[in-house]
Design a protein around this ligand. Sequence first.
Ligand SMILES: CC(C)(COP(=O)(O)OP(=O)(O)OC[C@H]1O[C@@H](n2cnc3c(N)ncnc32)[C@H](O)[C@@H]1OP(=O)(O)O)[C@@H](O)C(=O)NCCC(=O)NCCS
Length: 190
Amino acid sequence: MTSWGITDPQLPRYRPARASDESAIASLHADSWRRAYRGLLPDAYLDHDVFADRAALWRQRFGQPDQKLVTVTVVAEGDDGIVGFAYSVADDDPEWGTLLDNLHVRFDAQRLGIATRLVTETARWLQEHATSSGLYLWALEGNMRARRFYDVLGGRVTGHGVFSEGGAPMPCLRYSWSRLDDLAGDGSPA
Ligand SMILES: CC(C)(COP(=O)(O)OP(=O)(O)OC[C@H]1O[C@@H](n2cnc3c(N)ncnc32)[C@H](O)[C@@H]1OP(=O)(O)O)[C@@H](O)C(=O)NCCC(=O)NCCS
């Protein structure tokens, strides 16, 4: 059992984010980058700028959203706050479909199925609100935990790119799924 009591992936509540979640999401995002990208992005960035950087990103997403984009942020909320989130931009790319831009689960809540459920909920939302049926994302080549997760989720590596946030260009991989239906589960309440 974790120190804050989540033992079952059904326990968190899954819902669309609201404006009052801004600082909790930004903090989780920055802390997750610090932990997951240590050794991949420069220490100077992870030790100093990452909190201000993620805070600015979420301030902009909630406060001044790009009206041309259709986006969704799904959060997993435990008894002590937000333990995970997924942010997506619907129909981002004509070939690859929706961009799953951020997916993070709090370090002490991982391996409980929370990310799987966040992707399921996102895919179900997209089935209603997106026109394309594909989903894709970029993962740092060295982020092996995330890559294992995407492999298990049935993602295929369909391209190579360069990730340039944080000041040092890093190789990354495009993972893609051609059918939202494969990610959305069987339609029964999750
Ligand atoms: C990648 C991440 C989102 C996975 O979240 P999670 O809630 O732990 O994932 P799940 O519990 O739904 O995992 C489902 C399955 O994926 C695989 N998996 C997930 N994390 C894994 C890991 N660290 N190592 C090996 N396999 C893993 C397992 O098969 C797991 O099932 P199991 O626990 O029954 O063996 C989480 O590790 C995370 O937030 N990492 C830091 C941020 C990050 O890298 N985000 C992705 C950016 S591209």
